[in-house]
Ligand binder design. Structure first.
Ligand code: NAD
Length: 478
């Protein structure tokens, strides 16, 4: 029997074509997931709408919604090992990273539980006989669409604030990793969130996702995924006139000035691209290194790449598991071939790793490519793998111009001992997050999102809940 979906508090077997989940570490079969047909998507939206208007969730007092979210946080932690292993089998992330992500997701849910009670509405300046105020109302039914690279954290990052705001939701997890979204739905049911408030449907984006976002009763769309899918979703949202939040792709620069602590910078650049197999929206995939330190810096980076431990995701010491799927590994290899065709030189890696332990899995080496022009495909398109394009620069103006010469604007790292320079560059860089002498530090209290083709809107922080509400002006005549 295929894995079921959660609709209106019931677990039902979808009648769309089943999806097979394959473990990318060895090609073994994980599970078969049933998927939704149009009418089952409609049922999920109807269940969410019905629960919203019944008011069993929306009308709860903020502390009562907070209690449920604290229970969600605790239950997720109680089931940490099981959830971590499920993600590991679905997308090949190392067990160590998966456990860390369960902690992170629980922290996200705890944060939004606290926001329920600390979020404020506004009383605006009095106008004669009127008391004027702004309250923040939930939208109603919200569609949450998520990708495969970090489903534990990304599902939590959407579910928790959308629920904290009082919405009912339909979650559509990636077809590559449906299991985590379904398990989160199960936890919401186990802790007693009323039926129909959280619904989870499985299936392909172009079919199930498309039906969901086009449904007339969906009042807001929150999407994380690739830029082209985001553009298609934005077109639908534009046509339907519903608000949409888009967290999309990136091609983030990591800038190393000659005056940086080169050892720390090399460690930061290496983990910024090889961490999470490079399958991270904020991966620092373009390295800009100042001409005068280029050779010694690349030598340090090659050392890091050579010592990066590739291994089976169950190996507690592995730093890198397989890519999320064989198809995706082949796509990454295709980008490396295109880089060579465009004049690139492999400075490290550039192939699948040697060894019988890697033969059955979708592994790929940490890879550094030099010698490319910044206009090359590999420097402009998101590869979403452990492939670093190393590029030279001569001075501050040159590097700012090159770093911004991309359609993306998600993140940026700046490595220097000159804080005045760091501040100047930081102000000129077009990116939603900038780190100085650090990379990939994130905090749930700090807003996150992209500029340019990397997205619209910001998640996390207090605004993470505002995203799922709309302001209402109220005037009370005295
Ligand atoms: P994807 O765009 O292929 O799919 C993401 C989700 O959208 C999936 O659930 C998919 O089924 C669904 N989908 C796809 N097309 C759709 C459509 N037309 N209508 C409705 N739903 C649709 O992305 P992916 O390959 O799963 O994930 C990798 C991408 O996600 C990368 O580009 C990465 O940078 C991005 N990402 C961004 C962030 C961020 O916060 N900015 C975080 C993680 C991943």
């Amino acid at each position: 029997m295929s894995e079921q979906m959660l609709i209106g508090g019931d677990w039902i077997e979808g009648t769309g074509p089943a999806l097979e989940s394959i473990n990318p570490a060895d090609g073994s079969f994980n599970a078969e997931f049933s998927t939704a047909t149009d009418s089952e998507v409609d049922d999920a939206v109807a269940a969410a709408k019905d629960s919203y208007y019944r008011g069993e969730w929306r009308a709860l007092k903020p502390h009562q919604r907070a209690d449920y979210l604290f229970a969600f946080h605790h239950t997720l932690l109680e089931r940490k090992e099981e959830i971590a292993r499920l993600q590991m089998r679905e997308n090949g992330k190392t067990i160590t990273e998966c456990r860390g992500q369960v902690d992170q997701a629980a922290g996200i849910i705890r944060y939004f539980a606290a926001v329920c009670e600390t979020m404020e509405a506004e009383v605006t300046p009095p106008r004669g006989d009127y008391v004027s105020m702004v309250s923040y109302d939930p939208y109603g039914v919200v569609a949450l669409v998520t990708p495969w690279n970090s489903p534990i954290t990304l599902n939590a990052q959407k579910l928790a604030p959308a629920l904290a705001a009082g919405n009912s939701v339909v979650l559509k997890p990636s077809e590559v990793t449906p299991g985590i979204g379904l398990e989160m739905g199960r936890i919401c049911q186990d802790i007693g969130i009323p039926s129909g408030v959280v619904n989870v449907v499985s299936g392909r984006g172009a079919v199930v996702g498309d039906r969901l976002i086009k449904h007339p009763d969906v009042r807001m769309i929150s999407f994380t995924g690739g830029t082209e899918s985001g553009r298609a979703i934005a077109r639908t949202a534009g046509e339907r006139l519903v608000p949409v939040a888009l967290e999309l792709g990136g091609k983030s620069p990591n800038i190393v000035f000659a005056d940086a602590d080169l050892d720390k910078a090399a460690a930061g650049v290496a983990s910024g691209i090889f961490g999470s197999q490079g399958q991270s929206c904020i991966a620092g995939s373009r390295l800009f290194v100042e001409d005068s330190v280029r050779e010694p810096f690349i030598a340090k980076l090659r050392d890091f790449a050579a010592k990066w431990r590739i291994g089976h995701p169950e190996d507690e010491n592995a730093q890198m598991g397989p890519m999320a799927s064989f198809h995706h590994r082949d796509r990454i290899a295709g980008y490396v071939s295109s880089a060579i065709d465009e004049g690139g030189k492999i400075l490290y890696g550039g192939d699948v790793p040697d060894g019988p332990e890697f033969a059955k899995g979708a592994y790929y080496q940490p890879t550094i490519v030099g010698g490319l022009d910044h206009g090359a495909r590999a420097c402009q398109e998101e590869i979403f793998g452990p492939v670093l394009c190393a590029l030279p620069f001569s001075d501050e103006n040159d590097v700012v111009a090159q770093a911004n010469d991309t359609v993306y604007g998600l993140a940026c790292g700046i490595w220097t001992s000159d804080f005045a320079k760091a501040w100047r560059v930081c102000q000129r860089i077009e990116a939603g997050s900038v780190w100085v002498n650090a990379y990939k530090q994130v905090s749930i209290s700090t807003s996150f999102g992209g500029m340019k083709d990397s997205g619209i809107g910001r998640e996390k922080g207090i605004d993470g809940v505002r995203l799922y509400t709309e302001p209402k002006a109220i005037y009370l005549a005295t």
